[in-house]
Design a protein around this ligand. Structure first.
Ligand code: MRU
Length: 369
């Protein structure tokens, strides 16, 4: 992704400093672009929990590097005990994104392949880098598969811009590069297909308003910010050709957990015969469950609903109250879109129906789990 014309990934190790990782503090975007260094497992825990980094893929990559930081600190005598403890700690930072546990488990499994603490430290670094590289590569590849869908619609519309609605930020900022929902959009743009994106603001954290609109702007993609409640109206008036969203966890039967409000978009899309696509790298599948209602749904602080942050007229960052003092707020952060409302899943291996058999055909090595 390009920021002011310079290519960035969302996470990278500091060259020449063991156990130091760089991230972009997403709480400050779009008003300030601040690179933050993480040096301890607690730094990593806090960065995930408090959403300096967020989005399923990036949470996974950050957890992978968190395990590398833990390996740099662990003593030779109790190396694996300390690593298991660090993994448990990181796993408890956010409950819904599958990539978190997937990345921690992958580093732990790799550590078990070598003997000495020195070799384990090297393996932890190599595995964290591999997780990040693979995340970027899978997103790029799924973008090519999703591009075909945009190209078909563009052809039907005689080359007029394809209107794509997206929810939350399943973009570059939610991964290491490219994004999931945005990867087909970037690939379509690169292929010269005109696109326009309707960006849901995504209350209460406003990932759409703060991140997706800014990210698309940086890439020169035409986009319009809308309130979360506008999507249905636009669909009824023929102003949306397709919906593409990301996911924090998708069951092996195709039920999709994603940012709160995704389900309502899927319902509106179905009522208006608009295709609803979910883009994901395979690291987001939970191969252990069928039913989406078994996915833990994160509850965040009610303050995210009763208060709002931004720049005041003097240009200073500020938080103001929206609701009356003492207002009770329940902040459900994700919801489940049942597989029956999903037109297709877009993965790095290609597209498939959101059902158990079709998913298993694309990923046969996981079908037995
Ligand atoms: O709470 P967030 O910002 O981490 O939630 C992110 C989303 O819901 C994204 O849509 C999701 O991670 C899918 S794309 C990685």
């Amino acid at each position: 992704m390009n920021i002011h014309g310079k290519h960035y990934r969302t996470i990278w190790p500091e060259i020449g400093k063991n156990g130091v990782i760089n991230i972009i503090d997403q709480r400050q975007l779009p008003h300030s672009f601040i690179v933050e260094q993480l040096c301890t497992v607690d730094d990593v825990f806090k960065a995930i929990r408090e959403m300096h980094v967020r989005g399923a893929g990036l949470i996974g990559a950050t957890a992978g590097f968190g395990m590398y930081i833990a390996a740099c600190k662990a003593s030779d005598d109790s190396f694996m005990e300390e690593m298991i403890k660090a993994g448990e700690h990181l796993n408890s930072s956010r409950p819904t994104a599958r990539n978190l546990k997937w990345a921690v488990d992958r580093v732990l499994a790799a550590l078990n392949q070598v003997e000495s603490a020195a070799a384990k430290r090297k393996v932890a670094f190599d595995t964290a880098c591999a997780i990040a590289d693979e995340d970027a590569d899978f997103c790029k590849r799924l973008g090519e598969h999703g591009k075909e869908l945009i190209a078909e619609i563009s052809k039907k519309k005689g080359g007029k811009p394809v209107n794509i609605l997206t929810h939350c930020n399943a973009g570059w900022l939610a991964f290491v590069d490219y994004g999931s929902a945005t990867a087909p959009i970037y690939a379509a743009r690169d292929a010269g297909i005109p696109v326009h994106v309707w960006v849901d603001e995504t209350r209460p954290w406003n990932q759409g308003a703060k991140l997706t609109a800014w990210e698309l702007q940086q890439e020169g993609i035409d986009n319009t910010l809308i309130t979360d409640n506008a999507g249905g109206h636009l669909m009824q008036h023929g102003m949306v050709d397709m919906v593409i969203v990301g996911t924090d966890r998708t069951t092996r039967a195709g039920d999709v957990a994603n940012k709160i409000g995704t389900y309502l978009k899927a319902l509106a899309a179905r009522d208006n015969s608009i295709p609803f696509y979910v883009a994901l790298p395979s690291s987001t599948f939970d191969w252990t469950i069928d039913n989406g209602y078994d996915i833990p749904i994160e509850m965040r602080s009610g303050d995210e609903i009763t208060k709002i942050s931004g720049l005041d007229p003097s240009g200073a960052a500020n938080t103001v109250a929206i609701a009356a003092p003492g207002t009770k707020a329940a902040n459900y952060s994700f919801d489940i879109t049942p597989a029956r409302l999903v037109t297709e899943l877009i993965t790095e291996r290609g597209r498939c129906k959101a059902d158990k058999m079709a998913i298993a055909e694309l990923f046969p090595e996981y079908a037995h789990l």
